[in-house]
Write a protein that binds this ligand. Structure first.
Ligand SMILES: C[S@@+](CC[C@H](N)C(=O)[O-])C[C@H]1O[C@@H](n2cnc3c(N)ncnc32)[C@H](O)[C@@H]1O
Ligand code: SF4
Length: 407
């Protein structure tokens, strides 16, 4: 079962937003995240809010699209009543879970509901995540026809023993095939990789990088494996069946990836993300990192509108009960004050290649800047121009940099 949610303040049953949520809304973009909480099997490292068939306790995949569409209608009313201006969605992101376990028609209906509620901005980025073994060539053509513009494949590794330790079920030889189908369908392609799995060597990782680069995607994400409490992976490591992750090896893996991606024409634009030119950056993720507004639809989905953050009940059955009763599916929420919003801005923007304006820092953070330059963690030339941009050493130690900027 997935991990426990954060605590927070009670969320009103009618979803009403405080007046503060509408302030300066014209300056923020609006996006929609749709969380599809189904997987065929649970990967041992994953603590995302997702359920296999025998964990659904009466909730049915077949009903999901209708429930999500009900939440879209609810969301549209809440934003209107809250005095938010009508904004077309700049991005829509189907995440999971495994969105492509649903029929393409269901994804198309949900996208249609978003279009009906808010409209889609000119050139809107519409992404779906997909596991390489959960899509066919025909699905990809139909996803494109339904309006999807981008697909993000969970490739993770090219090496069978690494895929096995991660419990990934796909055959690595299928990956070039599905990527080719996506490209032929006219979709932008992103590839997700994970490094630092127990037993993975630097040479194993090199093979995964070579696979990813050889696929010629538009975008690559490479995440260090996080051993989440409560997962099967964490239990296996605790029992001594698998070795603990090695920080030094992970640092070498990151440097290898960054050099290989750069040589292949990708630029880093966030610590774990590289794109073949600015037009291929994930606009949806950038909206999170820049503090824009988004409504998260679905069980356990998080939303943010003008400093108000809330998260939905996590089980699909509890979620279905709420949305069918016309009640907010939010489990709890928090209203961030200016200080908390400022801190969050530092935390997220420092990870971007565009950098963090020094002017946004509090006095203690500004005092930390010379030390960060001296320690080789931020780029001195950018700092002279008033922006903090992490060096590669800074990217490896991004969390430590944040602790120094937000003492
Ligand atoms: C939650 S998955 C959803 C998409 C799809 N089900 C999949 O697995 O590819 C999105 C991405 O999160 C990353 N991820 C999930 N759990 C992780 C963990 N414990 N450590 C690092 N990355 C993780 C993986 O790279 C994965 O591709
Ligand atoms: S397929 Fe993706 S979402 Fe599902 S359990 Fe595996 S990592 Fe998690």
């Amino acid at each position: 079962m997935p991990s426990t949610p954060p605590t927070g303040d009670p969320a009103p049953a009618d979803g009403a937003l405080p007046a503060s949520a509408a302030v300066d809304a014209h300056d923020r973009r609006f996006g929609v995240y749709l969380h599809v909480p189904f997987c065929r099997v649970r990967c041992g490292y994953c603590d995302f809010n997702t359920y296999t068939a025998d964990e659904l306790r009466g909730a049915r995949r077949e009903d999901f699209a209708a429930d999500a569409i009900a939440e879209v209608g609810f969301a549209s009313t809440v934003l209107q009543r809250g005095g938010l201006p009508a904004r077309a969605a700049s991005t829509v992101f189907f995440g999971g879970g495994t969105p492509t376990l649903l029929p393409v028609d269901d994804l198309g209906r949900m996208l249609g509901a978003v279009r009906d509620a808010w409209g889609l901005a000119e050139g809107a980025e519409i992404t779906t995540e997909a596991n390489p073994d959960s899509v066919s060539a025909d699905d990809l053509v139909r996803l494109r026809a339904a309006g999807v513009t981008r697909v993000s494949f969970g490739v993770q590794s090219a090496v069978p023993h690494v895929l096995a330790v991660l419990d990934r079920t796909h055959d690595p030889e299928r990956v070039p095939l599905v990527v080719g189908w996506a490209r032929d369908a006219g979709l932008d392609v992103s590839v997700d990789l994970i490094y630092g799995a127990p037993g993975e060597s630097l040479d194993d990782w090199r093979r995964s990088i070579e696979l990813a680069v050889g696929l010629q995607p538009d975008h690559v994400s490479a995440y260090a494996l996080i051993v989440e409490e409560g997962t099967a992976l964490a239990r296996r490591i605790r029992r001594g069946e698998l070795p603990e992750p090695d920080d030094d090896l992970e640092a070498d893996m990151y440097e290898l990836a960054d050099a290989a991606f750069a040589a292949a024409g990708f630029q880093w634009y966030e610590v774990s993300n590289w794109a073949r030119g600015p037009q291929h950056r994930s606009q949806h993720n950038l909206a999170y990192w820049r503090g824009d507004d988004w409504w998260g639809v679905g069980p356990g989905a998080h939303s943010h509108v003008g400093g108000v953050r809330w998260w939905n009940v996590r089980h699909p059955a509890a979620y279905a009960d709420r949305v069918r009763a016309g009640v907010s599916p939010a489990q709890a929420r928090e209203v961030l004050d200016a200080g908390a919003r400022g801190d969050e801005d530092v935390l997220l923007r420092i990870r971007l290649a565009d950098g963090l304006p020094v002017s946004t820092l509090q006095i203690e953070g500004r005092h930390a800047v010379p030390g960060l330059i001296a320690d080789g963690l931020v780029d001195p030339a950018a700092a002279i121009h008033g922006r903090l941009v992490l060096t590669i050493r800074g990217r490896l130690l991004a969390d430590a940099v944040v602790r120094r900027l937000l003492p």
